[in-house]
Every structure is written in C-alpha cells, then in structure tokens.
Design a protein around this ligand. Structure first.
Ligand code: KMH
Ligand code: ZN
Length: 274
C-alpha cells in the first residue's frame, strides 16, 4: 500500500493550556511541539498561531515568525497554515497567512454549528473567494469537509472550475455540530470522493484513533494533534503532540504502512514544485 502521510495539528485555535498544558502558545513552544511531531513521523504540520497569552490570531507577522522558526528546526517539513482561524474571524483576516505563500493551507468547504452559539461560517462565496486566492498564489489546498454536504460542495465547485485537480480532502469528523466519526460516517465520506482524489482523516476527541486506524486500513492518510484531541487514551492526557503521532506510527506498523517523509508526501499529494 502507499505510504502514510501523518499531519500533526499541534495547536488549534480553541484548545487551551487549561485543557492540556502542552498546548503551545509562544513561538518557542510551537517550534518545540512541531519538532517533536516531525521527529516522531509527521510530514505535515497544520498550524494555528497564538499570542503569548493563548489568544488565537491570524497575524501575518506571527505566522511568519513561527513558520521561519519551524523551518529552521525541520527544514523539509510541510507547513500547512490554517485559513479557518478561530470562529468569528472574517475572510480577509483568515487569509492573512496565505500572504506568506505557504506551499499548502487548509480550505474549509462548508458552514457548520461549532458548539454552543458558535457557527463556523464558510459560504459558497467564501469558498470561491478562498480558492481564487489559493490558486493565484499556487497554494495547495487541503479541502476540509466536516460532513458529506461539504464534499458535494467541493464536487460542484470542481465541476464549475473554481476548485482544481488534484483534489485532496480532509474529513474532519466528530466536531460538535458536524458529522460524527463512526465507521459508517468514514465509509460514507470515503466512498463519496472521486477515485483519483486523496484523503486524510481527522477524528475529534474520542474518534481520533479509531478513525486513524480506519484511514490507515483503507489507504488514506491521518491527522492527529492537540487541536483535535488532548488524550492519549481515555482519561490520560497526552504529554505533547509527539505521543499522539507515535501512537499512529504504531497503528501503521500493524498494517504494514510505511511512514512518508515530507518529500514523499509532496509526491503522493501531487504538490507542484514552485
Ligand atoms: N478553528 C476552527 C474554527 C482550519 O484550520 O482550517 C476552524 C479550523 C479549520 O480549525
Ligand atoms: Zn485547524
């Protein structure tokens, strides 16, 4: 089977040190968590940045500082900034990290409830607007789909030429307000994308490792990290992102899937050289 690409979502925008003290805020903490995840087997670092007090920000300057420092420590790693940012941020604010021309970034493909009164807004016009900016800057989009309707939106926009090949999906399952992360949800999502598309799966909370295992078994790729889940196992907090990545590496061994290096990940996803 193809090699396994592991993405590590080291920080997120919502999770706090009160939830898990290893959630990184400062530049130094971000770099250390990225390095540990990379050493453990992650070839992609999905990145949200924070101010030192933990407040999420889409500041271009802050992304620049963190990305530069990560690249110094992990020269070949793929850094994938978020354009989702935090709930409530506006389009252009969310797009700030794309001004740094990262090789890859997330593109969120639909609106959903996000717990309590929160709504994560990604209208059809938002998606078209984001896609236009991505292709203009030759940024490879990871198409984040929180439920099946988001895949349908991608396929519609792909047909109309707003979203282009190669298609790489991320199924983000188990968000409070989105689709759950049961096996049947995974199969429904997996069977709904074109055959030549690639996919990665991010399971929130209790779904993280069961979905990772399904993705590994069915030839997909995996995202783990403190953004998505703070526990190594039920009731045991992870001591950083490294432990979460290593747990995926262990599952991969059982299925005899080798781990992709960052350059192999670029080839598998068909990220064009710039
Ligand atoms: N923080 C969430 C509201 C992404 O990174 O593209 C959105 C999110 C998605 O995390
Ligand atoms: Zn994110």
């Amino acid at each position: 089977m193809n090699k396994l690409i592991i993405t590590c979502a080291i920080s997120g925008a919502e999770v706090k040190k009160e939830h898990n003290p290893y959630v990184p805020y400062t530049v130094e903490e971000m770099v250390e968590e990225a390095y540990q995840a990379y050493q453990a087997g992650a070839s992609i670092i999905h990145l949200h940045v924070r101010h030192d007090d933990g407040t999420p920000t889409q500041s271009k300057l802050r992304y620049q500082k963190v990305m530069k420092a990560i690249k110094k420590r992990c020269p070949d790693v793929i850094i994938q900034p978020s354009t989702g940012g935090a709930v409530g941020m506006k389009r252009d604010e969310r797009l700030k990290p794309t001004e740094l021309f990262p090789e890859m970034a997330t593109l969120d493909c639909g609106t959903l409830n996000f717990g309590g009164d929160d709504i994560f807004i990604n209208t059809e016009n938002d998606i078209k607007y984001f896609a236009e900016k991505f292709y203009e800057k030759k940024i490879f989009p990871e198409l984040e789909c929180f439920e099946k309707g988001h895949i349908d939106m991608v396929l519609r926009l792909h047909k109309k030429g707003f979203i282009k090949d190669p298609l790489h999906f991320s199924f983000v399952l188990g968000v409070n307000g989105g689709m759950t992360g049961e096996a049947r949800d995974f199969h429904f999502m997996r069977e709904s994308i074109p055959e030549n598309a690639t996919f990665s799966v991010a399971g929130m909370g209790k779904y993280e490792f069961s979905l990772a295992e399904l993705a590994i078994e069915y030839g997909g790729h995996v995202r783990v990290g403190l953004e998505d889940n703070i526990y190594l196992e039920k009731g045991v907090l992870a001591k950083g992102n490294r432990e979460l990545v290593l747990k995926v590496v262990d599952i991969a061994k059982r299925y005899k899937r080798e781990i992709a290096t960052p350059n192999e990940a670029r080839q598998i996803l068909r990220i064009e050289e710039r």
